[in-house]
Design a binder for this molecule. Structure first.
Ligand code: SF4
Length: 248
């Protein structure tokens, strides 16, 4: 059985650079990042409606020629055993596949890479690799696994990026620079603005984000260690399940 699809954005131009993609959201996550915006998907996925794969497939068939690929996001998609079958189903439809992951399951990432089931990966970098990684993931992280995923991507030929939400509650300039050092040689390291609204941990909702100009300064310094580092606009807002106006 394929993983349940709990949310869909039909078309996006910004989640896979240079592509027109649809994003699907799979339920469940093994982290509890206090700044997470996917609350219901992480803590109460069963309360969300499931979009039948057959309906999504019909939608994709109607869009044939317009959509380049599918972004599989979450939650954490690699927790689903049948993720490879889902990727293969999109492959059969001649669609590209991009995976969003928190990097906690390197064995799954490695298998998807080996089997050629994904074309692109965006992996979260929650903090520099150390004590703060635990704080940033709600104490739920195996840092060795994250390190393994980082190494896999840096050593691969695939298109990838690492992205970090710069949450002022526990990340400062030195943390961003240290994270870039931890990613030394990576193709792309993207800094994302922290957005307080709807954070999983309610006490984070009153935290002021860094001014964009400061993030740009962080990015400039971080770019000494990676091939490219820049600030991306606003992160996705609150996750509320299947997106309104969805036509499937
Ligand atoms: S931010 Fe991502 S990794 Fe963290 S809890 Fe939310 S879905 Fe999971």
């Amino acid at each position: 059985m394929l993983p349940p699809i709990k949310g869909l954005i039909e078309n996006t131009l910004i989640d896979w650079e240079g592509k027109i993609a649809s994003i699907i959201f799979l339920p469940g996550c093994n982290f509890r990042c206090p700044f997470c915006h996917a609350g219901p998907l992480v803590t109460a996925p069963n309360a969300l409606e499931t979009i039948p794969f057959s309906s999504f497939k019909e939608f994709l068939e109607r869009q044939r020629g317009w959509i380049d690929g599918i972004v599989i996001s979450g939650g954490e998609p690699t927790l689903h055993k049948s993720l490879p079958e889902l990727c293969a189903a999109f492959r059969e439809m001649n669609l590209g596949v991009k995976l969003d992951t928190n990097g906690s399951r390197p064995e799954v990432l490695s298998m998807l890479l080996e089997r050629g089931l994904i074309d692109s990966v965006a992996m979260d970098m929650k903090a520099p690799l150390g004590e703060k990684y635990l704080t940033a993931t709600g104490g739920k992280c195996d840092i060795e696994a994250v390190k393994e995923s980082i190494a896999l991507l840096i050593d691969s030929d695939i298109d990838y990026e690492f992205r970090m939400t710069v949450c002022p509650a526990f990340l400062d300039r030195e943390d961003v620079i240290q994270a870039a050092r931890d990613l030394r040689g990576a193709k792309r390291f993207v800094l994302q603005q922290f957005k307080p609204d709807f954070c999983l941990n309610e006490s984070f909702r009153s935290i002021e984000p860094y001014p964009r100009v400061r993030l740009k300064e962080f990015a400039e310094e971080a770019s000494k260690y990676v091939k490219m580092c820049f600030v991306r606009g606003e992160p996705t807002g609150e996750f509320t399940g299947a997106v309104e106006g969805t036509q499937v």
